[in-house]
Design a protein around this ligand. Structure first.
Ligand code: SF4
Length: 442
């Protein structure tokens, strides 16, 4: 790892300054005035949480920023973070009617952020429901967006919810796993504080990892919501993977977001070509690595990262090595890491090694980033909850699992999608839990 001088807090903040600058008040009003206030609002239909987009934009145009923010929060309690991390090109902004007229779509994300930034900076809070309107008690396992949305919705409607998370801070990937130039950990934590003020209880640093711990929760709560997210990054399963200097993408992102990793140097090789791989590669560049390669066994056309993420990585100076498959991690004479690769080609849908194409990349850090594994261990302990392909089987509309006490949402159900999908899943489950509780007088 790096021997260069570590960056201090101010330098780190400067390196990871937010990607898109905020709109100034006048620019926001001008942009809001462009919105056609469409009756059928395809932007709202494209949002998994169905934020009333024309409704909140109209309030910005009329300088009612508080009303605008409350409109957003009503549909999406994580409206502030979603304004920063949503892939709006393929969601609301991609659906904006302006595209059909060959005009620039309304900058919905920046307007949403404008309203939410006002809400935070003016110290506004959300109106809370009278506690006890519902007697139901719900444990939400996992502290990420799905659980936060579920717990917030429950408390807003007068029920009691407890979020249980193994980490020190809640927020899940919003706090630990999103690139800092998109969403600062401090902003994620601030959003969680707002949810806490709604009455949600948080138990952090608590692991729910066995049948016994689940049984204890079953005894103490009427329902359990599983917002477990996904497990650890998948292993490359190649020799040398345990070497010092190998750190997976989520570890790297969490390390710099928490101030534990403050400088890199030399060459970094990121293995994979998804959005998290790109976040890690860009972070490596900003932390000081002179050369960053992304090594991917397939082609540019097959990478899973969004186009805008790919473009961003190229702008950051990340270099892409296509059709390269890592086969081992060794060391050269001076002791640097050697990521040994071979070229592969696709024949009849299968990747095969091209003979005589062995080559090695001398580097200072290797970052596996080939996706996360399911949380199989805990899932095996869930009686009556069906697991298919490592994912929890739950009703799409309600999040209800095969065990009537358990509901689920977010990545552990959908296999890993956007924050906004997790929010929608958590919210749907909360509504279904309340409906069931009312029907059974829980
Ligand atoms: Fe406004 Fe575009 Fe939504 Fe129409 S589709 S309401 S123009 S943001």
């Amino acid at each position: 790892m790096s021997t260069a001088a570590a960056l201090d807090d101010e330098q780190l903040r400067a390196r990871f300054v937010e990607l898109k600058p905020a709109l100034a008040a006048q620019a926001a009003r001008i942009e809001a005035d462009r919105c056609l206030n469409c009756f059928d609002a395809p932007c709202t239909a494209a949002c998994p949480t169905h934020i009333d987009v024309p409704g909140f934009i109209k309030r910005i145009a009329s300088k009612n920023l508080r009303g605008s923010a409350l409109r957003i929060l009503d549909a999406n309690i994580l409206g502030a973070s979603c304004a920063r991390v949503c892939p709006v090109d393929v969601l609301c902004e991609g659906a904006c009617v302006m595209n059909r007229q060959n005009r620039k779509p309304i900058q919905i994300a920046l307007l949403q952020r404008h309203a939410m930034d006002f809400f935070w900076s003016s110290g506004e809070t959300m109106p809370a429901a009278a506690p006890g309107a519902h007697k139901v008690r719900v444990a939400c396992i996992g502290g990420g967006p799905a659980s936060l949305a579920c717990a917030a919705e429950l408390c807003r409607r007068g029920a009691r919810a407890t979020v249980i998370d193994r980490r020190d801070l809640p927020g899940g990937l919003n706090t630990y796993g999103v690139a800092e130039y998109k969403l600062r950990a401090s902003d994620s934590v601030r959003e969680v504080e707002m949810i806490r003020r709604l009455g949600v209880e948080f138990r952090c640093g608590v692991e729910v990892d066995s049948a016994d711990s689940l049984e204890a929760l079953e005894a103490g709560f009427d329902f359990i919501f599983l917002g477990l997210g996904l497990g650890a990054m998948q292993r490359l399963n190649i020799p040398g993977e345990e070497s010092e200097g190998v750190m997976n993408a989520l570890e790297l992102i969490a390390a710099y977001k928490t101030g534990h990793l403050r400088q890199l140097h030399g060459t970094v090789a990121v293995v994979g070509a998804g959005n998290t791989a790109i976040d890690a590669a860009n972070a490596a560049r900003r932390l000081g690595a002179e050369t960053v390669y992304m090594v991917y066994r397939r082609s540019e056309a097959e990478m899973s990262a969004f186009d805008f993420e790919y473009e961003h990585a190229k702008q950051e100076g990340v270099q892409f090595l296509w059709h390269r498959k890592p086969v081992a991690i060794g060391r050269d004479e001076p002791g640097r890491l050697l990521l040994e690769t071979v070229q592969v080609r696709e024949t009849n849908g299968k990747l095969e090694v091209v003979p005589g194409t062995e080559s090695a990349i001398a580097c200072d850090l290797v970052v596996p980033a080939i996706g996360q594994s399911p949380l199989t261990q805990l899932l095996q302990d869930l009686r009556g909850v069906e697991i298919r392909d490592g994912k929890i089987v739950a009703d799409r509309g309600t999040g209800r699992t095969g065990n009537p006490k358990y509901y689920a949402g977010g990545d552990c159900v959908n296999g890993g999608r956007e924050v906004v999908d997790a929010v929608a899943g958590g919210k749907r489950a909360a509504m279904a839990i309340l409906k069931t509780a009312e029907a059974t007088h829980a």
